[in-house]
Design a protein around this ligand. Structure first.
Ligand code: ZN
Length: 510
């Protein structure tokens, strides 16, 4: 599942640049300083942030490998289940391979009845995820020291909020922190199948945002000349366009782009119609090649209009600016964007949009090299390889590619399409091999709101019950398992487990 061959590890060691300050890593100013040492980028683009690439790789490997160890460990247990002292030996195997012990009840009586590998598998996935989640909130492995700097930058570009709706496909789950290199804390992310985000939900968020500006001057004063920027992210696969594109749009790239653009326009129309008086938002459409994380930027013209047929290609920009000195590269990126925008014969985007576009494309340059350095320029897992479905509201800690299929929803009925796409994907990945679909149901809540936690817990239970009912066939065959979690997002603490479908006490197990 994860490409970690010796060759790429050697490459990693070789490419460590000399005398690079950790403090400057990820900063715009730091980028300019780093650029002076561009010759150390050994075959990579002068703007690529090598330090950050190796830091992001370490995190990706650590998490992906933890999930990848589950199946081999369970195969080992399955092979030894008739041996004497099985339970004890199984715990030893689990501790060595996975770093945790298994519930005793799932190991008991293995000499008279076969091990319930399905329950063990779901339990291991849930345990691995909750350890990863705890670690994420406790140690902040993907924190960016520049969250504050980014908000300042955004406002200088004429925006106060960045709201991104990617497709729910797990191959886009790393879009914020990896593909675009943005601080995840400073960006709102909500994923939907086919990037078909909910206009009403976005309108609600827009109103909330504007209200906070009026009432509290957060993130900036209401009279500051900034706008809400909504981005939709669709995707395609350059190597297998007909089969590995967006499932929600029948792998049709043009349809995926047009549908996302239409949704963006609907949202803008909704804001303008609901709040006249000049209220509006800005829009941006991004496409991702999920083979290699190269982005396409569909920039708006001066009137804010986007054309799906016109885009700036991250790989072309990479090529056009790679053979320069570091000092010139930033200016060249900017020039390239302007030249490309002019060739379409339309007016240039607003200055702020151009600045933001340059930052996004520069971030993508690092990611293009990341995939080249560590994944030989194309991921091995071109198709779906998610480890679990994440359902509900939350999942800030999931910032990795192909780890989670998202289904953001309040009720199963409302998000039925997203849920069904997810179950279909996992039927191919797991059910057809006899393994269950692990679903983490999560509801984040605002701790300062009276009763919010109780409501979040109740919603988890409702979602769980509705999911098992909707997919009763696989539930009855023991091929659908759920873990329920809630998290106080105001306290910025860990997510707590409040229940699961696993039968972990002796009475239930019999
Ligand atoms: Zn999709």
């Amino acid at each position: 599942m994860f490409n970690n061959n010796a060759r790429s590890r050697r490459h990693l060691q070789r490419s460590q640049p000399p005398q690079r300050s950790v403090r400057t890593q990820g900063r715009t100013q730091g980028r300019a300083a780093n650029v002076q040492g561009w010759r150390s980028n050994s075959g990579m683009h002068p703007l690529t942030q090598i330090d950050e690439n190796s830091r992001l790789l370490r995190y990706e490997q650590q998490v992906k490998q933890a999930f990848a160890r589950i199946e081999p460990a369970l195969r080992q247990l399955s092979a030894m289940q008739n041996e004497t002292d099985f339970a004890e030996r199984a715990q030893q195997v689990a501790k060595n391979a996975l770093g945790f012990e298994l519930p005793e009840v799932l190991l008991a009586d293995s000499w008279v009845k076969p091990l319930d590998i399905g329950q063990l598998y779901a339990w291991c996935v849930f345990e691995t995820f909750s350890q990863m989640s705890d670690d994420f909130f406790a140690t902040k492995p993907l924190a960016d020291a520049n969250d504050g700097e980014f908000q300042h930058f955004l406002e200088q570009c004429g925006f106060h909020t960045l709201d991104v709706s990617p497709c729910a496909d797990g191959r886009l789950a790393h879009v914020i922190r990896y593909v675009l290199r943005l601080p995840y804390k400073a960006v709102r992310r909500k994923s939907y199948a086919g990037a078909m985000f909910d206009v009403d939900d976005s309108l609600q968020k827009w109103m909330e945002t504007e209200m906070l500006r009026y009432r509290e001057g957060r993130p900036n004063q209401a009279d500051s000349p900034t706008r809400y920027l909504k981005i939709a992210v669709y995707h395609h696969s350059s190597s297998q366009p007909d089969t590995e594109g967006c499932a929600a749009h029948g792998s049709d790239t043009q349809r995926a782009a047009e549908a996302a653009l239409e949704r963006l326009q609907d949202f803008r129309q909704a804001v303008e119609n609901t709040f006249c008086c000049g209220a509006s938002i800005d829009l941006l459409l991004i496409g991702i090649d999920t083979d290699n994380d190269v982005i396409r930027l569909h920039l708006p013209n001066a009137d804010g209009e986007i054309d799906t047929a016109v885009h700036i290609d991250g790989a072309e920009l990479y090529q056009a600016t790679a053979a320069t000195s570091g000092e010139d590269a930033l200016g060249l990126v900017r020039q390239y964007i302007e030249d490309k925008s002019k060739t379409r014969g339309a007016s240039l985007p607003a200055e702020g949009m151009l600045r933001l576009a340059a930052r996004l494309l520069c971030g993508n340059i690092s990611q293009i090299d990341y995939v080249r350095q560590y994944h030989n320029g194309c991921y091995q897992d071109i198709g779906h390889q998610e480890c679990f479905i994440g359902m509900g509201i939350g999942f800030e800690e999931v910032q990795l590619r192909n780890l989670t299929y998202f289904a953001y929803l309040q009720t199963v009925e409302e998000g039925a399409k997203d849920v069904d796409v997810g179950i279909k994907i996992f039927t191919g990945l797991n059910v057809n091999r006899g393994l269950p679909v692990p679903v983490v149901i999560r509801n984040d809540y605002h701790g300062q709101v009276p009763g919010a936690r109780a409501r979040a817990e109740a919603r988890c239970h409702q979602l769980g019950a509705a999911l098992h009912k909707r997919h009763g066939d696989i539930t009855e065959r023991g091929l659908l398992h759920t873990l329920l979690m809630v998290r106080d997002c105001n306290a910025d603490g860990r997510a707590e487990i409040i229940g699961s479908s696993l039968k972990l006490n002796r009475q239930e197990a019999h």
